[in-house]
Design a protein around this ligand. Structure first.
Ligand code: HEC
Ligand code: HEC
Ligand code: HEC
Ligand code: HEC
Ligand code: HEC
Ligand code: HEC
Ligand code: HEC
Length: 275
């Protein structure tokens, strides 16, 4: 095919691989990016087909439908009816395509396009190779982040994804300019009316309005441990160690969700109403 495409002068930028080829390729990513791979495998983004489609609580709340595959299972080659049954809020549910049971649904290629704009770094070194200036010649690049759109079968680079617009009542929420966050909110998304706090929205509001997800979450494991020290205690209104305050950082059941908590959730004028 390479020879044929070369002779016919066909653009080969648009290389498409199927799910099993992409899974195979990930063993190759892992050779060099051992740490990223291990963190991904340990985090929630390695969620498998059975975990997504055989969850009885989720299935009895929201009926299995064609759109589920957009956010987990974007490389599945069939449609939902080939994958799972029954499409009903009453189970028991099973995978028709049983071979997918333990296969992960969000792959490296869900977020990373393989090819990126610009020149290979090797050229920079070869053209101006000079030990004194190499450090200055190295262009600082952002990691290539994108989002694989199942409907278009294309990975859109983050700069071409829309910045989220979100409303809390009539007020527009201030959103970070970080490009990486445009990836996150494709899946961790509010409802179609862009109302804050609906569906899987975790966009920071309240004390953390305007922060990117990446300010606290490690990209592959999603871990947040020790992220608070980037800004705290340098920033402190209450004069208390924020990691000990009553938020969902300390206690997952806290009513003060770290993504949304505001001063007013704990204070009424000068009075502390909730510790
Ligand atoms: C032979 C080793 C090797 C393999 C295999 C490899 N990478 Fe890399 N990758 C590198 C190196 C080295 C860099 C750092 C280059 C630099 O400094 O920009 C890098 C950089 C990256 C970056 C950040 C920079 C950018 O341009 O986005 C991403 C994302 C990435 N690789 C993803 C992947 C994925 C996904 C795979 C599997 C499809 C993969 N890599 C396979 C060696 C490898
Ligand atoms: C392709 C869809 C998708 C994208 C893109 C995505 N997520 Fe997720 N994320 C999920 C799903 C699905 C889960 C649920 C995993 C589970 O329950 O096992 C999840 C879980 C999480 C969790 C919970 C902790 C965990 O590991 O289970 C965090 C935190 C998170 N994602 C942060 C992010 C951030 C930050 C980004 C952007 C860099 C991002 N996600 C991008 C789909 C996505
Ligand atoms: C817009 C993207 C999107 C769509 C569409 C979507 N999900 Fe998810 N799903 C997510 C995200 C993001 C998470 C992580 C939830 C979190 O922790 O906030 C998730 C988590 C899950 C989980 C893990 C357990 C849980 O409830 O957190 C299951 C199971 C699941 N989804 C099933 C489904 C099914 C079944 C469908 C179709 C009816 C579906 N999802 C449609 C984005 C999506
Ligand atoms: C849910 C989206 C998502 C998935 C899935 C994902 N990554 Fe990433 N990756 C990111 C984000 C976000 C960054 C950091 C971007 C930034 O900080 O600018 C990143 C950065 C990287 C980098 C650059 C590291 C650095 O320090 O700059 C490499 C290499 C990489 N990822 C490899 C992988 C590999 C290999 C896989 C599959 C095992 C993978 N990623 C899966 C979102 C993802
Ligand atoms: C100020 C820091 C901070 C920012 C910014 C942040 N998070 Fe979180 N996130 C946390 C903490 C702390 C937890 C809960 C503790 C844990 O997972 O150990 C959490 C948990 C989560 C969870 C799983 C638990 C839950 O609440 O259901 C998801 C999903 C998540 N974050 C997604 C996101 C996304 C998506 C963004 C960006 C839109 C984001 N977060 C921005 C700190 C942050
Ligand atoms: C990127 C910077 C940044 C990170 C990272 C961050 N915060 Fe904050 N946080 C802020 C800012 C800024 C404020 C104050 C907002 C204001 O004054 O309106 C704040 C305020 C708070 C408050 C209100 C109390 C006070 O003293 O202001 C709590 C509680 C808090 N953060 C908890 C956390 C926790 C827990 C983490 C780690 C999971 C964290 N923050 C990570 C920037 C950050
Ligand atoms: C999670 C709950 C929580 C949040 C959110 C919170 N506070 Fe506090 N705040 C407290 C508690 C608890 C105290 C300690 C009261 C005491 O010691 O009696 C306190 C104390 C204070 C004090 C007195 C500090 C001193 O030196 O005595 C000020 C001022 C204050 N908070 C302002 C703020 C502002 C401004 C915000 C929003 C940026 C905020 N707080 C967010 C719980 C919170």
């Amino acid at each position: 095919m390479m020879v044929v495409n070369h002779l016919r002068n066909i653009h080969t930028e648009d290389i498409r691989m199927n799910e099993s080829q992409l899974l195979e390729m990930m063993n190759n990513c892992r050779r060099c990016h051992t740490s990223e791979y291990a963190k991904w495998a340990a985090g929630g983004h390695a969620i498998t087909y059975s975990e997504v489609f055989l969850d009885s609580i989720h299935n009895s709340t929201e009926q299995l439908n064609f759109d589920c595959l957009r956010c987990h299972g974007m490389f599945y080659e069939g449609i939902i009816t080939n994958l799972a049954e029954p499409l009903s809020v009453e189970g028991p549910w099973s995978l028709r395509d049983d071979g997918k049971k333990d296969v992960p649904t969000i792959l490296c290629a869900s977020c990373h396009p393989i090819h990126t704009d610009g020149n290979p770094i090797r050229d920079i070194l070869q053209d101006n190779y000079n030990l004194d200036s190499t450090h200055y010649a190295k262009v600082n690049r952002n990691s290539s982040i994108g989002f694989y759109d199942r409907a278009e079968k294309t990975n859109y680079p983050a700069k071409n994804l829309p910045k989220l617009t979100l409303f809390e009542g009539d007020t527009k929420v201030n959103i970070s300019d970080d490009l990486a966050m445009r990836n996150c909110v494709q899946c961790h998304a509010p409802n179609s009316r862009h109302e804050a706090g609906t569906n899987d929205d975790r966009t920071p509001r309240g004390v953390h309005e305007g922060l990117s997800c990446m300010a606290c979450h490690e990209p592959h494991s999603n871990d947040v441990t020790n992220s608070c020290v980037t800004c705290h205690p340098a920033i402190s209104n209450c004069n208390i160690d924020v990691t000990l305050m009553n938020t969902s950082y300390v206690n997952p059941n806290s009513l003060n969700n770290i993504h949304f908590v505001s001063c007013a959730d704990c204070h009424n004028d000068n009075r502390v109403i909730s510790k």
